[in-house]
Design a protein around this ligand. Structure first.
Ligand SMILES: Nc1ncnc2c1ncn2[C@@H]1O[C@H](COP(=O)(O)OP(=O)(O)OP(=O)(O)O)[C@@H](O)[C@H]1O
Length: 624
């Protein structure tokens, strides 16, 4: 995590430099997205906008006729009935306008809602198809966040602005035709007056986009820091160590960085905006002076002058809308690129490859090596072992030795960078990861604590069997998680603190539930990554006993720092810096007198000194 001040300036977003072809492709893709979200509302919105765009000119024209009528009425040239019928037309136009905008607003809202749902759905679909590898990458998170942030507004923005452009063109041509009759220079001057404001808003729109994009990473860090202060899981540790002020300070540091950038952009935008409005007022003043000269010469009627006065606002508003629409589409497409970037991330097709059928009888690692993506170091080198049905293999080694990585490769979450993994003598890479994973069940070191019911926590291991009450009961029993029966609604009690009515469990209770989840899936390979870390002594004993029972007829892979658990395995592999240093059964390795024996002796000594804690032989405790 770096503070915003020390963060090097990022290069402009790749999307900004995208060629026109890509931009047009993005535009078409966005429109397709909008259309697919709701064809009916897209069509209604487009039609009402276009029809509504012709109304201003009609209004102006009827207004002019009315004004001229009133002027002539003063000279008794027009009847009351004629004036009334003109008024009737104007009222009808107003009613039509308000009907159009009501339908337009309603369809826009419904379209926006459908679109938000459709795009969120795509993002979630994509996220669920990404490899585990992608989630280890900060860039993926940035893309995900950028995509999510813009999900609601941007695609709708592109569509409404595009329809708005067409509408503005209709308005401009029709109102422009009326104004053109007032003199050749009127329309050009009024059009020119609209440009400075639009230019400023476009310039700063793009700058704003760049600022937000550059801030994405830091905003994520800031969110994370805020999350630490509001996390139910971390509150104990944060309070105890008392580092709230530190977190708050860092959180605020990020805010101040963002604030400085915001102030800078607002300051410059205001100055430019003020200049632009002065220039535009000058041009309008000039147009007004010219038309007044014609009025003084008696060349135009009162109604014509009315068209000029009302038309200025209309043309200015429409031109601004038109140009802002163009730049708005451009800016929105920049944001859409973020979304498309995320949607275009290479997914991993877990179903690609032959379908694995039947149980796994043997696993063989042949000189397997592995390096995490975007890193420079092999974390496994030349790892070889074989384990067969009915056997348990334990992986031991110090923190960071590579044990969990072996599990990630075995379970096909990652693929080896060298060597091969054979299943029943066949290269695992031939088979679809998902079909192989179906034969495996696992409890990870950082197992999930799902804020759902206890039953769901167990049965999500095989969602097709959510209704299998007997199976859930069996798994709960095997995992020693019978405490769930005492929960207020038994297995249907919602767990966790996040939602109303949820029951929080202890660390060990959660772990037993994760074990039940492992047992629930009928798999031929069971993987236990630190299965007893949070368990009390009795639970550990029971778990190990259940594990031995379950292991018969299956392949068991076990990672543990507890030698009481490890020693039960037929084969033990000691990993050191990603390399197999020692391999054999517990008695073999003890007899070898190497690193395993030393670690075992160390742990045994720990237990022994624990037993004599009342009368320590070691002088150290007394001197402290
Ligand atoms: N996602 C990752 N990206 C890069 N390096 C990683 C990643 N996960 C683990 N590593 C590195 O790989 C090495 C092996 O990690 P691994 O988690 O396999 O160790 P372990 O033996 O299971 O450790 P522990 O006993 O602490 O669980 C470590 O040096 C670790 O820093």
């Amino acid at each position: 995590m770096t503070a915003p001040a020390s963060r090097p300036p990022l290069s402009p977003a790749g999307g900004e430099r995208a060629p026109l072809a890509l931009r047009s492709a993005d535009l078409l893709r966005t429109l397709r997205l909008v259309w697919q979200a709701s064809p009916r509302h897209s069509l209604t919105y487009a039609l009402t906008t276009l029809l509504g765009s012709a109304l201003p000119a009609a209004n102006l024209y009827v207004g002019k006729l009315l004004l001229d009528g009133v002027a002539r009425a003063a000279a008794a040239g027009v009847s009351y009935a004629a004036l009334l019928s003109l008024l009737g037309v104007q009222v009808a136009l107003v009613v039509a306008g308000s009907l159009m905008s009501t339908v337009q607003n309603a369809s826009q809202q419904l379209l926006g809602d459908s679109l938000q749902h459709a795009v969120s759905r795509r993002i979630l679909d994509k996220a669920s198809g990404l490899s585990v590898e992608a989630f280890e990458n900060a860039e993926t998170y940035d893309k995900l966040q950028q995509a999510y942030r813009e999900v609601g507004s941007r695609p709708l923005g592109v569509a409404t602005q595009l329809v708005g452009l067409a509408g503005a063109a209709v308005t401009l041509v029709s109102v422009g035709a009326l104004m053109a009759q007032l003199g050749a220079w009127v329309l050009p001057l009024v059009l020119l007056a609209s440009l400075p404001g639009v230019w400023v808003s476009n310039k700063f729109g793009v700058e704003n986009y760049r600022m937000l994009r550059w801030q994405t990473h830091d905003a994520r860090v800031q969110n994370y820091l805020g999350g630490l202060l509001t996390s139910d899981q971390l509150v104990k540790e944060v309070r105890l160590f008392g580092f709230e002020p530190y977190l708050l300070g860092r959180w605020r540091e990020y805010y101040l960085g963002f604030r400085r950038q915001l102030e800078d952009i607002i300051r410059r935008r205001s100055a430019w905006g003020f200049g632009a409005s002065l220039l535009s007022a000058l041009l309008i003043g000039l147009a007004s002076a010219l038309i007044l000269r014609r009025a003084a010469a008696g060349e135009i009627t009162v109604g014509d002058f009315g068209i000029f006065v009302l038309g200025i606002a209309q043309v200015q508003g429409t031109v601004a809308g038109l140009l802002n629409g163009v730049s708005g589409i451009y800016q929105n497409l920049l944001y859409m690129r973020n979304l498309f970037d995320f949607l275009e991330l290479p997914g991993r097709d877990l179903d690609a490859g032959e379908e694995w059928r039947g149980s796994i009888e043997s696993i063989e690692f042949q000189a397997v090596g592995f390096r995490y993506p975007l890193t420079e170091r092999d974390v496994l080198r030349g790892v070889s072992f074989t384990v067969r049905r009915g056997e348990a293999l334990a992986l031991v080694g110090e923190n960071g030795a590579g044990k969990t990585t072996v599990v990630k490769l075995l379970t096909r979450l990652f693929e080896p960078t060298s060597g091969r993994i054979l299943l029943n003598g066949q290269d695992a890479a031939r088979f679809s990861p998902r079909s192989v994973q179906r034969e495996m069940s696992i409890i990870f070191q950082d197992f999930g604590q799902y804020q759902m019911s206890a039953r769901e926590n167990v049965a999500i291991a095989e969602v097709g069997r959510l209704g299998d009450a007997a199976g859930v009961g069996r798994a709960v029993e095997q995992a020693g998680a019978a405490y769930v029966d005492d929960l207020p609604q038994g297995l249907d009690t919602p767990l966790g603190r996040l939602f109303q009515g949820g029951r929080q469990l202890s660390g060990g209770q959660w772990q037993r539930l994760a074990l039940a989840r492992l047992y629930f899936r009928d798999a031929s390979v069971l993987v236990f990554d630190e299965p007893t870390a949070a368990l009390d002594a009795r639970a550990e004993f029971e778990t190990v006993a259940a594990l031995r029972e379950q292991a018969a007829g299956r392949i068991t892979l076990l990672i543990s720092h507890r030698f009481s658990t490890v020693r039960l395995a037929e084969q033990i592999i000691l990993l050191d810096g990603g390399v197999v240093r020692e391999a054999g059964s517990h008695p073999d390795l003890i007899a070898l007198g190497g690193q395993y024996a030393a670690l075992y002796a160390l742990q045994a000594r720990g237990y022994a000194s624990g037993e004599t804690a009342d009368a320590p032989a070691d002088p150290l405790p007394q001197t402290r």
